[in-house]
Design a protein around this ligand. Structure first.
Ligand code: DC
Length: 220
């Protein structure tokens, strides 16, 4: 079983990919972590993430691996586990900027295609249904209104004790969605055969139940 979950930031892709992985014994692959790791590397090197001429030569110094443990997926950048470091809003924007560059996308293609071939997976990202797993059994394009997505992210950060502003989160989200949706290569748009799944008015249980019903319907 191969499940693709695409959609804008904060729509709940990773939450539901993790829950489905657990329920259906699939490996969860978070592809955004790969773009985030490149973003972190570019930031550490002091390069401009929008400038292809600065970013592409840096890729020669990048070795990325995905590892799986009780803690879920870990992403290893040149031997260092950066899984937690890549979760900041600054790195989100770096990731979105480097993800526009064709050289970065082709650099990350093989590792993602490799994971897709391994068998039973649920992958989340922006181009999983269109580029990475066009043969997925089920493709969800998960959406919710920007205000609801920002509210959820705000609550999540507050619960973690991280100081933040709802208005900043909403503005960042709108900017990143536009960046991801309007880029030339592999834009974050639904595959033709994707199921448009709007969970704006649904809680976690309702969303998971609805997804499982859709999956069961397709398996029959
Ligand atoms: O899913 P995420 O928020 O961790 O992704 C970070 C950025 O990486 C996102 O803004 C766009 C990019 N990305 C992408 O272009 N293609 C993917 N399959 C996954 C992420």
């Amino acid at each position: 079983m191969k499940i693709a979950i695409d959609g804008p930031s904060g729509a709940g892709k990773s939450t539901f990919a993790k829950l489905l992985a657990k329920k259906l014994s699939l490996v969860y692959v978070d592809t955004g972590a790969l773009y985030r790791s490149i973003g972190l590397y570019v930031k550490r090197k002091g390069a401009d993430p929008k400038n292809e001429a600065e970013v592409l030569p840096l890729l020669n110094g990048v070795k990325l691996e995905l590892k799986y443990s009780d803690m879920g997926q870990r992403v290893i950048l040149n031997g260092e586990d950066v899984s937690d470091l890549i979760r900041t809003s600054e790195i989100s924007m770096y990731a979105s900027d480097v993800s526009k560059l064709s050289g970065v996308r082709s650099f990350l293609l093989e590792i993602q295609k490799d994971m897709a071939k391994r068998g039973s997976v649920v992958m989340d990202g922006r181009d999983i249904g269109t580029v990475i797993m066009p043969d997925a059994d089920i493709k969800f394009f998960m959406v919710a209104t920007p205000e609801i997505r920002a509210k959820r992210r705000f609550k999540e950060l507050c619960e973690k004790g991280i100081e933040c502003s709802y208005d900043d989160i909403l503005a960042d989200m709108i900017q990143r969605d536009k960046n991801d949706r309007e880029r030339d290569i592999a834009p974050a748009v639904p595959a033709e055969d994707a199921i448009h799944f709007d969970n704006s008015d649904m809680n976690i249980e309702e969303t998971l139940d609805a997804m499982i019903k859709i999956i069961d319907g397709i398996k029959k």
